[in-house]
Design a binder for this molecule. Structure first.
Ligand code: 5AD
Ligand code: SF4
Length: 640
């Protein structure tokens, strides 16, 4: 099996015959990097925040969100064009689409929800399983039929972006002429140039070059206006090379984003009223950033930094700051953070990595410290993260989650299998026992923490005994949510090259059904235990089924539904304005927190009674955490 460090990625196939990224594209890309004129580039909804309003230009940090993408010599003002974007796959893809829209907006494109009105149609793709790709092929055929109906000058440019673009490259341009351009996940800055190169020319363009550095740190994604939840990508790529997974080949090497730029973006979101951020990365908790020449962090630590200035300048003292971190961070994390980085704290017990653990990590800002710093920005903002690898849950990470009330007590722990033999063939770096010990540790440090998972049924060589181990793991852990898949062989992965896809399709499907059944049985039991509990719920808006009801998510990411009626204030000092909304009795609004007592449930939803509007802080003062009433069950140890 190829080790992660020996993976080689095809660098930019732009020179492949018949498919050329024009020289102008490459010149423009170089120019982009060389011309340090900063143009303000706004966040979602077209609101443009100029960092220079609050950051002295001479101190504007390199690569910080809000500092915009660098100016280009575009020549005379052009007519704006419409771009229609369809996104498939994971949350990273959703955030990537927001990044590419930001790049395009800056170069004269506006988003349209109407594909018939689009000058450019972009499909951001997923390659993780065969089914995901099949759906996208169908969609491309449909876009081709749309093009056929239009006059040559009106035909939209069709672009395929993301993981499938990276995996299939020229195949997409050549097969039935389904696409005009192809761009991999690290090539979004180049999109305007690629579009210009093909629009109206009948030529094809491609940039699938993977980068070891690109994190789009300086680009503020275009988010939906008024949204109360946002994604923030903190790292990209993956070095794990799990045997079944195509991601390291489509997304490239692991790299982490400057923490200062992350904090800056989260602070902007807090100022815009966003109440929940989800930190994203392919192996999000492997985050490790070696501070370079930018001395932005020490500016932050001394309270002089641009982020501090931004908050003060705009009267956002309520958005919190780094100052409250000391009492919450563990002493080691605090000391290491003050020193600019952390000693490598190791992996969770019994877990190993395919690469040397200390690589990139010694002296780096690691996930525990980053999570702590992000959580300190606004105590009223929930923080989630996905998708982690279980190896990267040392106690430091669990402690930050336990101590910070606004870091949600809901952890994704993708097991993939409950059989040690299968895990070994998958190259996951742990045994069933190590995984279960970690689950016990989570339950000990974060009592009542909701745990979710990913499972693959029918991986190469899986026996009935291996499968039975997975079924028993589902019962032992008692997951709140599970994403369960039949194994789908992906060309180029180590499993495809070195192992046989020998479990027949009908057996895979039968095993998958049994795993789903095991999950549902325990999940139903857990759901019943919810009745009588009180949850903090962030209101998302009216329920789709009944507009006289409201819905929102609990800390454990479960949907709660309750009546849309006026309620008073729950918890805290009633004279104080607790919710940022109306005082006294009022109907809860989207983006407000409410306390909901659960009165009933279905498989996926909690039904309840709204006890009042509240804040995260006030709720936590009353309940000591969203799961105060939940007790660790000890079920894991008992069922092992
Ligand atoms: N076949 C089936 N499922 C897969 N996943 C990743 N690769 C494959 C594959 N080849 C699943 C894993 C991963 C999730 C995002 O998708 O469970 O955690
Ligand atoms: Fe794929 Fe996740 Fe494994 Fe990385 S850690 S190779 S993204 S399954």
């Amino acid at each position: 099996m190829a080790s992660a460090t020996s993976l080689s990625f095809r660098a930019g196939a732009a020179g492949a015959s018949r498919v050329t990224a024009p020289a102008a594209t490459r010149r423009a890309a170089r120019k982009t990097r060389a011309a340090p004129t900063v143009r303000a580039h706004g966040p979602g909804g077209g609101v443009h925040l100029d960092p220079n309003e609050s950051i002295a230009p001479s101190r504007a940090p390199k690569g910080v969100a809000g500092a915009a993408i660098l100016d280009r010599d575009d020549g005379p003002e052009r007519e704006r064009k419409n771009v229609y974007v369809e996104t498939y796959g994971c949350q990273m893809n959703v955030n990537d689409s927001e990044v590419m829209l930001s790049v395009l907006k800056d170069r004269g494109y506006d988003e349209t929800g109407d594909m018939h009105d689009a000058d450019v149609i972009l499909v951001n793709t997923c390659a993780i399983r065969d089914k995901a790709e099949a759906k996208i092929w169908q969609r491309l055929a449909y876009f081709k039929s749309l093009r056929r109906k239009k006059k040559k000058s009106e035909k939209p440019v069709v672009g395929v972006l993301g993981c499938m673009a990276e995996r299939l490259k020229t195949q997409l341009l050549e097969a039935d002429q389904l696409a005009d351009l192809v761009a991999g996940p690290d090539a979004y800055r180049d999109l305007p140039n690629l579009i210009e190169a093909v629009a109206g020319t009948g030529e094809k363009a491609m940039n699938v070059q993977l980068s070891v550095e690109e994190t789009y740190a300086d680009i503020i994604p275009v988010r939906k206006e008024g949204a109360h939840a946002a994604f923030v990508t903190i790292m990209r790529g993956c070095d794990n090379a799990c045997a079944f997974c195509i991601v390291p080949y489509t997304r490239g090497r692991e790299r982490s984003r400057d923490p200062a730029s992350i904090e800056y973006e989260v602070r902007l979101l807090s100022e815009q009223g966003v109440k929940e951020v989800t930190l994203l990365g392919q192996n999000v908790n492997s985050y490790a950033y070696q501070e370079g020449e930018t001395d932005f962090l020490s500016m932050l630590a001394s309270g002089e930094g641009a982020v501090g200035d931004a908050a003060a300048g705009e009267g956002q003292a309520g958005a919190g700051g780094d100052g409250d971190g000391a009492g919450v961070m563990s002493a080691e994390v605090a000391a290491a953070t003050a020193a600019g980085g952390s000693p490598f704290s190791g992996y969770a017990a019994g877990f190993s990595s395919r690469y040397a653990p200390e690589r990139r990590r010694e002296g780096a800002v690691q996930f525990a410290a980053l999570l702590d710093r992000v959580a300190a920005i606004d105590p009223e903002m929930r923080v989630r993260f996905t998708s982690p690898h279980p190896k990267d849950f040392p106690d430091e990470v669990l402690e930050v989650i336990a101590r910070r009330p606004n870091v949600c007590n809901c952890l994704h722990m993708p097991a993939q299998s409950g059989s040690t033999a299968t895990l070994e063939r998958m190259a996951r770096g742990y045994t069933r026992e190590a995984y279960l010990t970690l689950i016990d540790r989570v339950k000990e440090i974060i009592p009542g923490c909701a745990i979710t998972t990913d499972i693959i049924s029918g991986f190469c060589g899986e026996t009935e005994e291996d499968h039975a181990d997975t079924v028993s793991l589902m019962k032992a852990v008692g997951y709140e949510q599970a994403f369960m898949f039949a194994y789908s062989e992906r060309d180029g992965t180590s499993a495809a090259r070195h192992q046989e896809d020998d479990v027949p399709e009908d057996v895979k499907q039968r095993r998958l059904a049994e795993v789903i059944d095991a999950f549902r049985t325990t999940a139903a039991e857990r759901q019943k235990e919810e009745v009588g509990r009180t949850h903090l719920v962030l209101v998302e808006g009216p329920s789709k089924k009944n507009e006289r009801e409201l819905t929102g998510k609990t800390d454990s990411a479960k949907w709660a539904v309750f009546a849309d009626t006026p309620v008073g204030i729950y918890g805290g000092d009633e004279d104080e304005e607790r919710t940022g909304g109306e005082k006294g009795v009022a109907t809860p609004r989207a983006g407000e927190y409410v306390a909901v007592r659960v009165t009933g449930c279905s498989t996926g939803t909690l039904f309840g009674e709204c006890l009042g509007r509240t804040t995260l802080t006030a709720f936590n003062e009353m309940h000591g955490g969203a799961y105060a009433e939940a007790k660790g069950t000890g079920a894991v140890a008992a069922a092992r």
